[in-house]
Design a protein around this ligand. Structure first.
Ligand SMILES: CC(C)(COP(=O)(O)OP(=O)(O)OC[C@H]1O[C@@H](n2cnc3c(N)ncnc32)[C@H](O)[C@@H]1OP(=O)(O)O)[C@@H](O)C(=O)NCCC(=O)NCCS
Length: 168
């Protein structure tokens, strides 16, 4: 795979609509109807984990945003949405964003990360199916994946994923 030359940076307020436009392009219409968006409503994203990737001309190639959620009384990072512009896919941009985002999450002391996505893709970053962790319906349980940033961080953690405000 050809590695793209990209600059990654924390998303700024000026980036917001450009990232929204990228997500509108990359996801099916009605993306905000997904149950994961209900967990994000009214909750600020985790700023250092919202990252853009721009090419050498400053053109947005990809972006990832992350929100906190609560599972079993414990905070977790809900990773995503992540998207890469169709003209830049297959160059490793998502992999760079994923690795950066997971490194920054660990630096900031986050212990566990989860997402809803394709196991065959996210497995390469260490994500595995989370048994017993339930996203609000309708979500295919096979697509609920987790990664422990500290050993055992998901051990015994189970139940419905709710808004971060439920974690006191
Ligand atoms: C998924 C997405 C972010 C990947 O971005 P990318 O920059 O092309 O990814 P990378 O270049 O890091 O990785 C490409 C590799 O992942 C594979 N891949 C991409 N999507 C995949 C999927 N859904 N399932 C399995 N493998 C996948 C590609 O086949 C390619 O494989 P290779 O390394 O063997 O060639 C991008 O395709 C995208 O924006 N898709 C639309 C939005 C979306 O679905 N986001 C994810 C929501 S869970």
């Amino acid at each position: 795979m050809q590695q793209a030359a990209m600059t990654m940076a924390e998303e700024t307020a000026d980036d917001w609509w450009e990232v929204e436009a990228l997500y509108d392009l990359c996801f099916a219409p009605g993306r905000s109807a997904l149950s994961s968006y209900r967990l994000r409503d009214g909750v600020p994203p985790i700023a250092p984990l919202c990252i853009t990737a721009r090419d050498e001309h400053g053109i947005l190639a990809g972006a990832v945003r992350n929100w906190p959620v609560c599972v079993d009384g414990k905070l977790a990072v809900l990773l995503g949405p992540i998207a890469v512009h169709p003209t830049r896919q297959g160059e490793g941009v998502a992999a760079m964003l994923m690795r950066q985002c997971l490194a920054v999450a660990a630096e900031h002391g986050w212990e566990r990360v989860m997402l809803v996505g394709d196991g065959p893709y996210y497995g390469r970053f260490g994500f595995e199916k989370l048994n017993g962790v339930e996203m609000p319906p309708p979500t295919n349980p096979d697509r609920v994946l987790g990664l422990a940033l500290c050993e055992g961080a998901w051990d015994g953690v189970a139940g419905l994923v709710t808004q971060a405000t439920d974690c006191k």
